[in-house]
Structure formats: C-alpha cells, structure tokens
Design a protein around this ligand. Sequence first.
Ligand SMILES: [Cu+2]
Length: 115
Amino acid sequence: MSRSMCSRLGAVHLARSLLLGAAIATSLTVACSKASTAAPRVHHATGAVRSLGPGRAYVNIAHDDIPGYMSAMTMSFEPQGPSQLDGIEVGDRIAFDFYETEDARRVLTRVEKRR
Ligand SMILES: [Cu+2]
C-alpha cells in the first residue's frame, strides 16, 4: 500500500471514528502503519574488503556465501552512518550485518574486523 493511500485512509478512519467509535479506526491505522514500516530482513555475513569508495561512501566486499541470500561474490555495501567504516582498510577480513532496501541498495548495520 502506498504512503499517500495510507494517509487518505487515515483521514477516512478519523472521520469514521467520530461517528462509530475509536476502536475500529485504531486497529485499521495500526495495520496501515505496519505495512509502510515493515522491518527489512538483516543478513549476517563475512568477507574481505576489496576497495573503498570516495569518502568511504561505500565498500566493495568479497563476501562468503550468505545462506538464503546469495553465493560468494564481490559487491558493494553502504555504511549506515558516516563513521561506520572508520578503521576499515583494503584487505581486512570482516564480519558484517546488512539489509537490502526496496531499491536494492545494501546497507550495513554492523561491521567488525576479524583477525
Ligand atoms: Cu553478493
């Protein structure tokens, strides 16, 4: 369900709640907000850092097999925050967690050096 559809329905729910009572509107509003903020699935992985983008805007990781997601390959991941890749260098072995966005970007939620 699109965001604008959610807000349109929200307005309808609000009007109805004045006539029919708050309970029905509340349950429908909760269902609507859940649909637009569903938590993405987080994957756990390990790999080796191959290169870093300008300003550490992304990192190319030769990742090992990620069960239920994809086989071993090299691809790019984006940090969730600006300092998340500080101290990470080309050649490092790392363990990391990430999720995939609706537009197929992979965002790191955890990066940890392995020795
Ligand atoms: Cu991959």
